[in-house]
Design a binder for this molecule. Structure first.
Ligand SMILES: C[S@@+](CC[C@H](N)C(=O)[O-])C[C@H]1O[C@@H](n2cnc3c(N)ncnc32)[C@H](O)[C@@H]1O
Length: 264
């Protein structure tokens, strides 16, 4: 039995990146605030300005800007950045956005805090891409500034025996469309390359439970475990760092915890 309950071609199917549909992305993730207090406190401590790297539709950027912090953003996806702009306009803030390839990101010292949140770093699939981003983030820092990266990875045991069926990851209401959303993720974890190929299916359900739309997308992530992260930081020229297991500064004692990096 397929746990998604999807039968045949009952409804329209698309297969693309989760970032091609920023409205749906926001319906699923915009309300997440597990890391907001952490980045807010860090931004205040470093004094800003702040650069949000892989800022998406502005989940954090806009909240920080509404608090009066100066926050710029870099985002590779034009669609995600366009939605951020719309939302910024609606809420009366005007962040400066850099959109496109890594070369479009600033590379001169301007920021007190440069952060990359919610696993955006895992979109860098090669060592060259990881180092390129880390070097660019470091180049943006003023003296005494700090880089923060909110990452993590599936526990090691999951690489050995990944779930065979799609996993129900998230269920939320989508009041604007009067429907309920269910996000399923079918993951293929590669224990050699440390990559995750995710095929995601979001079902829109009417009040009576009928599937009214289905949105398919896929993405590949490259997970970075803690010792490799430290090696990358060293190779990218950072002089010091601190690795935590949670947004309250907890020590990292389990591979199921987040991997939160502060570096300078
Ligand atoms: C899961 S979303 C997180 C968005 C935002 N950082 C947040 O916390 O809500 C991942 C974002 O990373 C962006 N991204 C794609 N490639 C990237 C890369 N190589 N480095 C950093 N971010 C990347 C995506 O376009 C997407 O907006």
């Amino acid at each position: 039995m397929n746990p998604t309950g999807i039968r045949g071609a009952e409804c329209p199917v698309t297969m693309r990146s989760p970032y091609d549909d920023p409205e749906l992305y926001d319906a699923l993730f915009e309300s997440f605030d597990f890391d907001l207090a952490y980045y807010t406190a860090l931004a205040r401590r470093t004094g800003g300005p702040v650069l949000d790297v892989g800022c998406g539709t502005g989940r954090l950027l806009l909240r920080l800007a509404r608090l009066g912090l100066v926050v710029d953003g870099w985002e590779p996806s034009g669609a995600m950045a366009a939605r951020l702009r719309q939302k910024a306009l609606a809420s009366g803030v005007m962040p400066r956005l850099f959109v496109g390839a890594l070369e479009s990101m600033p590379d001169t010292p301007r920021y007190g805090l440069v952060f990359c949140a919610f696993n955006a770093f895992a979109h860098n699939l090669t060592a060259a891409a990881q180092l390129g981003l880390l070097r660019r983030m470091r180049a943006c820092l003023v003296d005494g500034g700090c880089v923060a990266i909110g990452a993590g990875h599936p526990p090691l045991a999951e690489f050995a025996s990944p779930p065979q069926e799609p996993v129900l990851e998230l269920e939320v209401e989508w009041p604007e469309k009067q429907c309920h959303l269910r996000l399923f993720d079918r993951r293929r974890l590669d224990p050699v390359a440390l990559t995750q190929h995710s095929e995601m299916t979001v079902l829109s359900l009417a009040a009576d439970g009928a599937v009214i739309a289905r949105h398919d997308s896929e993405t590949v992530l490259r997970w970075t475990f803690q010792p490799e992260f430290e090696l990358l930081l060293h190779a990218a020229g950072y002089r010091g760092w601190r690795i935590m297991g949670g947004y309250g500064g907890e020590p990292r004692t389990s591979d199921a915890q987040p991997l939160l990096v502060e570096a300078w």
